[in-house]
Write a protein that binds this ligand. Structure first.
Ligand code: SF4
Length: 256
């Protein structure tokens, strides 16, 4: 059971619904596959990460599918590579690769880094919070303000804000200096920036502390609290959970 692993996704999931967090962990352990729609959106999200990294590190994408498969192979992400191949035409990769062009031509003076490791090992390593930031810019070595950017797909969601503020905390612990700002980037949209204040760090630390305590209790058998909300739409337990809440009907109010 130890070390207790609290990755970013678990902090976000626990803040949404404890039962959902357990269901995700079980699905990952069982190697269970989510339904086609959810699986496609996860693959598309990873593809977008790769395209942004490719633009920053190597330059433009020549062939969205071949470049993605090569990248995943080089990184040893062979299961994911197989899933991309199996998904075939369900994945519309061209628009994602085109959107990533927005990252071309970054000023090297900002010292762009991709997939940088961040971690907080607490209680002599018994609790490990590890992750990788999508993009980091600036910082003391670049003599520019440090900025952490998370690449996101889909509509903005409160969980995305939880993710970037969590990374603000881990970067602050890693560098012993908080980043000046965190931002979310959505394809085709402007950066959604946020200054990293002491309050932002305090609330991220509180959320992490709660996640550690809750996860430890759940692992020793405390029944999870069910908290219905938007997460129900893609929850692995949606078919069996008594608290499941269907998403609101967009046409309920008569539409536009
Ligand atoms: S269906 Fe909703 S309430 Fe039930 S576990 Fe999933 S997210 Fe939680």
């Amino acid at each position: 059971m130890l070390p207790l692993r609290i990755p970013k996704g678990r902090v976000v999931a626990l803040a949404s619904c404890e039962r959902y967090a357990l269901a995700l962990a079980r699905a990952a352990t069982d190697g269970a596959r989510s339904d086609d729609d959810v699986s496609s959106s996860l693959l598309a999200g990873r593809a977008l990460d790769v395209y942004v990294e490719h633009e920053i590190v190597l330059g433009p994408i020549a062939d969205p599918l071949e470049d993605l498969l090569s990248w995943l192979w080089a990184r040893g992400e062979l299961d994911l590579r197989d899933q991309v191949i199996a998904a075939g035409d369900r994945l519309d990769l061209g628009p994602l690769a085109s959107a990533a062009r927005a990252w071309a031509g970054l000023d090297p003076a900002w010292w762009p880094r991709t997939q940088a490791a961040v971690a907080a090992h607490l209680v002599d390593g018994a609790v490990r919070c590890e992750g990788r930031t999508d993009v980091e810019l600036g910082g003391p070595l670049a003599a520019r303000p440090a900025v952490v950017v998370e690449v996101k797909l889909g509509r903005p969601h409160p969980g995305h804000l939880t993710e970037v503020t969590h990374y603000a905390l881990l970067v602050a612990l890693r560098d012993r200096a908080a980043p000046a700002a965190v931002a979310r980037w959505y394809p085709g949209g402007a950066l959604a920036e946020m200054s990293v204040t002491l309050d932002v760090l305090r609330s991220a630390a509180r959320r992490l502390g709660d996640a550690i305590l809750d996860w430890a209790q759940l692992l020793v058998g405390r029944p999870p609290v069910e908290h219905p909300g938007p997460t129900c739409s893609w929850c692995p337990d949606a078919g069996s959970c008594p608290s499941f809440q269907a998403p609101p009907d967009p046409f309920e109010d008569g539409g536009a």
